[in-house]
Design a protein around this ligand. Structure first.
Ligand code: GDP
Ligand code: IMO
Ligand code: MG
Length: 428
């Protein structure tokens, strides 16, 4: 009855979706524990590319039950859209294989409007959120003003509660100089979505409790990444949830004693979308090359927003911190194929700050903005890795790159992917 948790080890978009899909082949349940449709998780099967925002990434496996945990914030209209899109692609989604926590919080049009207004008000200090209403939804949760999924079971009361929540937010927005909201315009869409979702709603913590007791194998699917965590990220340039291992416990309602494997998913280089410090960023031709032109779906443009991602060298200072916060039992690395062709591969091994050498990032964002990465330069390789399926067939320099990361982070690298497609991965 073990739980394996997969966690974004960097700033999100590490390739969590494809590794969740891979491990789901041997699991009974995949349970998402945090965030909402700010996430975009890509799984490629042959030439078909699936993009999950709310639905867990194990959904492509017919026998696997997808659980959307209480830690999530759910836009019900977008969830119904996603269910329909996946069904149109031939994926079966029924109340037998998708369970939605009655305790998860709802994202309303008021949250989306407040997210936009707050970003506008920050001006040059904007966080660069995904504008999906995530922050305001978690704010309402914490201030005990939120609407929860379970309320959708009583349509009349839900319609009234939603209407007054939107009216209240509208009055606040108008006071702040922003345009008013039209509650009547959005309530019908929400009621229709609520009706569609009713059969999926359950108390998921108790569901998981019973399934774990009966011996089920569960994958906890993280969203976002450790460096975007509300506590452990570069505050305030973070998301509003806990993508780290603690978030898996509260976001699913499971005991830590069930967890026996914690996999940090990291890209073989660094990317970040949105504002905030990124010490190894290469805002130059190297970054452009790591990003790609956008011609391929796996190039570094946001799965949810289409924004170009900031790119840079691998930062093992950040990964060491990420491992400390989560206790990774192993690391899985993605996009090793993208590094082919570089003569040399610099890897940040420490930071220099005010004449001192730091092995971990400083806690304040201002300090982090000023650190200078200390690089170790590893030899590159020129072989195309996309067809490699066995560690022994990797060029020695690629093997050395993986070994050195494991040494620097003090966590074994057990899996690596060499292309976005399901089979393009190597178990080490
Ligand atoms: P997630 O949010 O962590 O699930 O990651 P995203 O799906 O947002 O971003 C990862 C991107 O990298 C997607 O476009 C994937 O298809 C792609 N990807 C994942 N693994 C690999 C890999 O090993 N090689 C290449 N070239 N692309 C990959
Ligand atoms: P997945 O699960 C990358 C970033 C946003 C912004 C900050 C706050 O696909 O890895 P929010 O809308 O959450 O309030 O935005 O967090 N962000 C992500 N970046 N991947 C994600 O999800 C992200 N979810 C949020 O870009 O900087
Ligand atoms: Mg993503």
């Amino acid at each position: 009855m073990p739980i394996t948790v997969l966690i974004g080890a960097q700033w999100g978009d590490e390739g969590k979706g494809r590794f969740v899909d891979a491990l789901a082949a041997d699991a009974n349940i995949v349970a998402r524990y945090a965030g909402g449709d700010n996430a975009g998780h890509t799984v490629a099967v042959g030439s078909t590319v699936y993009k999950m925002h709310l639905i867990p990434s194990g959904v492509l496996h017919p026998g696997v039950v997808s659980v959307m945990g209480n830690g999530m914030v759910v836009n019900p209209v977008n969830l119904v859209k996603e269910i329909n899109q996946l069904r149109d692609m031939g994926v079966s989604i029924t109340p037998e294989n998708l369970v939605l926590s009655s305790r998860a919080h709802l994202i309303t049009p008021a949250h989306i409007a407040r997210d936009r207004a707050s970003e506008q008000a920050r001006g040059a200090e904007a966080i660069g959120t995904t504008l999906r209403g995530i922050g305001p939804a978690y704010m309402d949760k914490t201030s005990r003003d939120g609407l929860r999924v379970g309320q959708m079971l009583d349509l009349e009361a839900f319609g009234d509660a939603l209407h007054s929540a939107i009216e209240r937010a509208s009055a606040d927005l108008v006071r702040g100089g922003f345009a008013p909201l039209d509650a009547r315009a959005s309530v019908p869409d929400y009621l229709a979505a609520a009706q569609t979702l009713q059969p999926f709603i359950q108390e998921t913590a108790i569901y998981l409790h019973h399934r774990l007791k009966a011996g089920a194998t569960v994958i906890g699917e993280g969203a976002q990444g450790t460096l975007l965590d509300i506590d452990h990220g570069s505050y305030p340039f973070v998301t509003s949830s806990s993508p780290t291992v603690g978030g898996a416990l509260t976001g699913l309602g499971v005991s830590p004693l069930h967890i026996n494997r914690i996999v940090g998913i990291a890209k073989a280089f660094s990317t970040r979308v949105g504002s905030g410090p990124m010490p190894t960023e290469q805002a130059n031709a190297i970054g452009d090359r790591l990003r790609g032109t956008g011609a391929n779906y796996w190039d570094e443009f946001g799965t949810t927003t289409g924004r170009p991602r900031r790119c840079g060298w691998l930062d093992t200072v950040m990964l060491r911190y990420s491992a400390a916060v989560n206790g990774y039992t192993e690391l899985a690395l993605t996009k090793l194929d993208v590094l082919s062709g570089f003569e040399e591969l610099p890897v940040a091994v420490a930071y220099e700050y005010q004449g001192q050498r730091l092995d971990y990032p400083p806690p304040t964002t201002d300090d982090l903005d000023r650190v200078i990465p200390i690089y170790e330069t590893l030899p590159g390789w020129h072989t195309d890795l996309s067809g490699v399926r066995h560690a022994a067939d990797l060029p020695p320099a690629a093997r050395r790159y993986l070994e050195r990361i494991a040494e620097l982070v003090e966590v074994p690298v057990t899996m690596v992917s060499v292309g976005p497609e399901r089979r393009q991965m190597i178990t080490l």
